[in-house]
Design a protein around this ligand. Structure first.
Ligand SMILES: Nc1nc2c(ncn2[C@@H]2O[C@H](COP(=O)(O)OP(=O)(O)OP(=O)(O)O)[C@@H](O)[C@H]2O)c(=O)[nH]1
Ligand SMILES: [Mg+2]
Ligand SMILES: [Zn+2]
Length: 306
């Protein structure tokens, strides 16, 4: 249910919540990630001679989603495992989510084979012009095949839509600090009274209020995982020719390129470049593709689409 790195909250089959430690051996086995046990993992426990509980086995994961920190350590961190869907909470104001960030999130979810959805929160703060921009962005991603929602966490009808989306599924909520992930979780389940933060007026950024990912069972069925805000989304290593498979609209054209090792930069008879010219692939999406291909770190300040 929750991991702080030194102890783990585990829910048992008979609904007990136990604070557990991790058996030393498991910690040593997994050196590639910062956290050997992640939220969503199914584990086996043992009681040691002092009566305290230890995690002794992690059952094979159905799936998981990893992010790489973009600082020097480049360590990978498993955000959550055994998911039915990954939901990006985005906002066009306070704080802004760039299209580049959205694309990296979607690529990560595609790479791990996890269905992704985008919730545009704080729609109540948008003026007419911004609503139009948001509608354009939603149209772009809907056409590609992603489910999108424009909501305000303060509007109960909007929240009901999200409840339908979550019902009987295990869902991860991710996104920048301050976009309203925890506010939304509180609105979805009003028994939870989780701490939320405010937006710094100077930088219009969140305050990193949620510090550990945590899974909450939903009274109407399913589980929701609230997680700490992420600044940048470092991608795990991908081969160059693999990246285009994680853009569904590019993936759909791959068989039509002349060369089967085409990476769609300047090759002759490239179906992707043709579609780009004809406006069938969005310029911004192609830019995100090139950015990832060139191994650029996230730096998309420009998030408007034309
Ligand atoms: N106007 C408006 N404000 C919202 C909405 N949802 C959340 N907020 C506000 O945004 C601020 C940040 O909300 P949080 O729920 O703490 O954000 P978070 O995504 O959990 O942030 P971290 O835990 O730091 O990652 C709070 O002041 C909320 O009241 C919304 O739909 N509309
Ligand atoms: Mg939070
Ligand atoms: Zn091509």
């Amino acid at each position: 249910m929750k991991s702080t790195g030194s102890w783990y909250l585990v829910k048992t089959d008979n609904n007990l919540f136990l604070e557990c430690r991790l058996k030393g051996k498991l910690r040593l086995e997994d050196r590639k990630t910062t956290n050997p046990v992640a939220v969503g993992d199914i584990v086996e426990l043992q009681i040691d001679e002092n009566g305290s509980h230890q995690i002794i086995t992690i059952l094979p994961r159905k799936n998981y989603i990893i992010r790489k920190s973009i600082n020097l350590s480049k360590q990978a961190h498993i955000i959550a495992s055994n998911l039915d869907q990954a939901i990006l909470v985005a906002t066009l104001v306070a704080p802004k989510t760039s299209l580049g960030f959205i694309d990296r999130f979607l690529v990560t979810a595609e790479a791990y084979g996890i269905a992704a959805t985008i919730i545009f929160n704080k729609s109540d703060l948008l003026d007419k012009e911004m609503i139009e921009l948001q509608n354009d962005i939603i149209q772009l991603y809907t056409q590609i095949g992603y489910k999108c929602y424009a909501i305000s966490s303060f509007n109960s009808k909007d929240v009901d839509q999200i409840k339908n989306l979550l019902k009987n599924k295990t869902s991860l909520l991710s996104g920048h600090s301050g976009v309203g992930k925890t506010t939304l979780v509180n609105a979805i389940d009003n028994h939870l009274n989780l701490k939320t933060g405010h937006i710094s007026s100077a930088h219009l950024k969140g305050m990193h209020t949620t510090t550990f990912a945590e899974l909450f069972p939903l009274s109407f069925g399913g589980n929701i995982i609230d997680s700490p805000g992420i600044k940048e989304l470092g991608l795990v290593e991908m081969k160059k020719e693999e990246i285009c498979h994680y853009f569904p609209e590019i993936r759909a054209l791959l068989n039509e390129c002349k060369f089967n090792n085409c990476i769609h930069i300047n090759e002759p008879n490239c179906a992707v470049l043709k579609a780009l010219k004809e406006g069938k692939i969005a310029e911004k999406r192609y830019q995100s593709y090139l950015g990832i291909l060139n191994g650029e770190e996230m730096d998309w300040k420009d998030w408007e689409i034309k």
